[in-house]
Design a protein around this ligand. Structure first.
Ligand SMILES: Nc1nc2c(ncn2[C@@H]2O[C@H](COP(=O)(O)OP(=O)(O)O)[C@@H](O)[C@H]2O)c(=O)[nH]1
Ligand SMILES: [Mg+2]
Length: 435
């Protein structure tokens, strides 16, 4: 049996209303003690006076009582909607501690909901993402995941695995070691098409990019105005601007919201050969960042056009797109895409273009198969086992069956049907207290 826990579920600090959550077998009893009355009807808001252990009045609050399993956690639970004064909240929290309740750990309410079968692990992650959401795209994705969109994709794949496993198990019952060809062909076809599905789902990086931000690198030779443009785009002086080439050494990142998407823009060291050790490291980091970027904006100096913008040195990027903009358009003729970080001309237009690009590459009606590294790694593991299974065809059916089972297990870990304790710890520890 779980002990009874409590936590402030709303943000700390003065507010009109603050919500305290309680969950565990003593929830009803605690409400009776706090209110000096019998517990209110289930899932009904009741106005009650709250008292501390010495009978002092703490607040007049809305009290809700939920009898398990019809509660968020699946166990008896309660909510107190308090007047949000600090003294009220502190007094109530102290009274709950005095009644022997334990302060909840981060994510413990959601973990209990998961343990009681109220939701899958992916759905629980969706709740965490919703609480963390800052852009409308993050909100929409979190809501989808919370309602099982990710689990539905995993379930379809798992069903295909189980189908092929059933075929293999039928084959294992054959006296001969070798698979009957028709059964083998059937299972192989299912596995091959599943492998193709998973591999294509893995190339879709929308889910993680929506959560973590689309990555946009400003890149180009020194002194073309990358840092100035970076400051102009993010709307503050985050990067140092000087007329000395080679000023920027580190990659400087700033997050912003564009067109409902989280976008990370990076200012980088100017692309040139240098004997300065620190600058050379900066150039190396610039390359590394640019290689992983979804969009690379090559900045050129319209007043000093040279043949080589440095683009060739970073090399092609299968995942991202490349644009060229001509900065310093105030003092030189730009052949196209003019901007001036100095006057601000063209900066808003560039932001609009980046926002439209984000919508183009991150939009789409189908739900991604992965929204965080945990999912991607497990899907990669499933693909690995599928490849193993496929490579064992023509040999012993048991070996094929075993790899199908391992692939299945990876998918089950995604939903949390099976899972190691440390994975659960890690997922729920990232939640805030009270969630
Ligand atoms: N006239 C003009 N000068 C600029 C513009 N953008 C940057 N500069 C100047 O160009 C120099 C180099 O700028 P900086 O942003 O440090 O370039 P970076 O080395 O590419 O990061 C500085 O003296 C800036 O003031 C612009 O749009 N117009
Ligand atoms: Mg710079």
């Amino acid at each position: 049996m779980n002990d009874t826990i409590y936590a402030l579920a709303s943000a700390s600090g003065r507010a009109a209303v603050c919500v305290v959550r309680i969950s565990g077998r003593d929830s009803g009893l605690v409400i009776e003690r706090l209110t000096h009355r019998s517990r209110p009807g289930q899932r009904k808001a009741s106005l009650r006076k709250l008292f501390d252990n010495d009978g002092g009045l703490l607040d007049e609050a809305l009290v809700l009582y939920f009898a398990g399993p019809a509660s968020f956690t699946g166990e008896d639970a309660a909510e107190l909607h308090l007047h949000g004064g600090r003294a009220v909240v502190t007094g109530v929290l102290e009274a709950l501690a005095a009644l022997g309740l334990r302060q909840a750990m981060p994510g413990e309410f959601t973990r209990r909901a998961f343990e009681h079968g109220k939701m899958s692990l992916a759905e629980a992650e969706g709740i965490a993402d919703l609480v963390d959401s800052e852009t409308s795209a993050q909100r929409a994705q979190a809501l989808g995941q919370m309602s099982g969109a990710l689990d539905q994709r995993f379930a379809v794949w798992r069903a295909a695995l189980i189908e092929s496993l059933a075929l293999m198990e039928a084959a294992i019952d054959f006296p001969d070691e070798d698979l009957p060809p028709d059964v083998a062909n059937g299972a192989l076809a299912v596995l091959a098409s599943l492998r193709a599905d998973l591999a294509s789902a893995l190339t879709d990086r929308r889910g993680e990019r929506i959560r973590e931000g689309l990555r946009v690198a400003l890149i180009g030779p020194p002194n073309v105005g990358k840092s100035s443009l970076f400051n102009g785009l993010i709307g503050r002086d985050a990067a140092i601007v000087t007329s000395t080439p080679g000023t920027t050494r580190d990659v400087i990142e700033a997050g912003m919201m564009l067109n409902g998407y989280h976008v990370i823009i990076a200012d980088t060291a100017g692309e040139r050969d240098t004997t300065d050790e620190i600058e050379a490291e900066g150039v190396r980091r610039a390359h590394a960042w640019a290689q992983q970027a979804d969009l690379r904006i090559w900045v050129r100096d319209a007043s000093q056009l040279t043949a080589d913008p440095g683009q060739e040195r970073v090399g092609p990027n299968d995942l991202g797109s490349d644009w060229v903009v001509y900065n310093k358009a105030d003092i030189g003729p730009a052949p196209q895409s003019p901007v001036s970080a100095l006057t601000g001309a063209g900066v808003d237009l560039l932001l609009d273009r980046i926002g439209a690009f984000a919508a183009e590459v991150l939009g789409g009606s189908d739900f991604p198969a992965s929204t965080r590294a945990r999912h991607r790694v497990l899907l990669e593991t499933a693909v690995y086992h599928l490849d193993q299974a496929i490579s064992h065809f023509g040999g012993a059916a048991e070996l094929v069956g075993e790899d199908i089972r391992l692939a299945c297990r990876s998918l089950e870990r995604l939903s949390g049907r099976i899972g190691a304790e440390d994975v659960l710890e890690r997922v729920f520890a990232s939640f805030c207290i009270g969630k």
